[in-house]
Design a protein around this ligand. Structure first.
Ligand code: IMP
Ligand code: MG
Length: 180
């Protein structure tokens, strides 16, 4: 039987480390957005596990929406961003909190942020589970992030390689032979 862990070289961030950090960030967001009724906008599919855990650590009144974009195939960004699922409701005057799995080149979130700003929300903030600053190309930063990661291709806790490994419950580094 092939298991999801078979292709993982090593654990980069454990379940316990994720749990602790997500609670910390959830508490911070609850304080910062108290009384603002923010709209959490998850960027599918990578956000799903992180978002589910994070919003359970947020105790203020808020709403949940999703967007879907594609910009990536394999381990290299194509640089092009396409909106596959957009927001339906009006976001004019609302506080938007974008939730992503990883901020890599920044091309995706830079595009999304500018795309949403046109609709004149009160603010657009970015929350990302992982930040890979070494690879940044676009002028964008995370308002909240859980972990800095080195320039290695990581999977698990929502992050995929060719749609697999999303169900790994921690963040791991793939064995190089898997993607070479
Ligand atoms: P960016 O536009 O280069 O910042 O990349 C955005 C998307 O690329 C993320 O939402 C991920 O889906 C994907 N991505 C970037 N780096 C990794 C990685 O190390 N593992 C898995 N997916 C990644
Ligand atoms: Mg993604």
């Amino acid at each position: 039987m092939k298991r999801v862990e078979d292709d993982i070289a090593y654990t980069l961030i454990s379940q316990q480390e994720i749990y602790d950090k997500v609670h910390e960030v959830g508490r911070k967001i609850s304080e910062d957005f108290e009384g603002k009724e923010p709209v959490f906008v998850g960027v599918l599919k990578g956000c799903f596990m992180f978002m589910a855990d994070l919003i359970r650590c947020v105790n203020i009144s808020s709403e949940i929406e999703f967007m879907a974009v594609s910009s990536y195939s394999g381990t290299n960004s194509t640089g092009a961003v396409r909106i596959n699922k957009d927001l339906k409701g009006d976001i004019n005057g609302r506080h938007i909190i974008l939730i992503e799995d990883i901020l890599d080149s920044g091309v995706t979130l830079n595009y999304l942020k500018n795309y949403l700003m046109v609709r004149e929300p009160a603010s657009v903030s970015i929350v990302t589970l992982l930040d890979k600053p070494a690879r940044r190309k676009a002028p964008i930063y995370a308002d909240y992030f859980c972990f800095d990661v080195p320039d290695e291709f990581v999977v698990g806790y929502g992050l995929d390689y060719n749609e697999k490994y999303r169900n790994l419950p921690y963040i791991g580094v793939l064995k190089p032979e898997i993607y070479s």
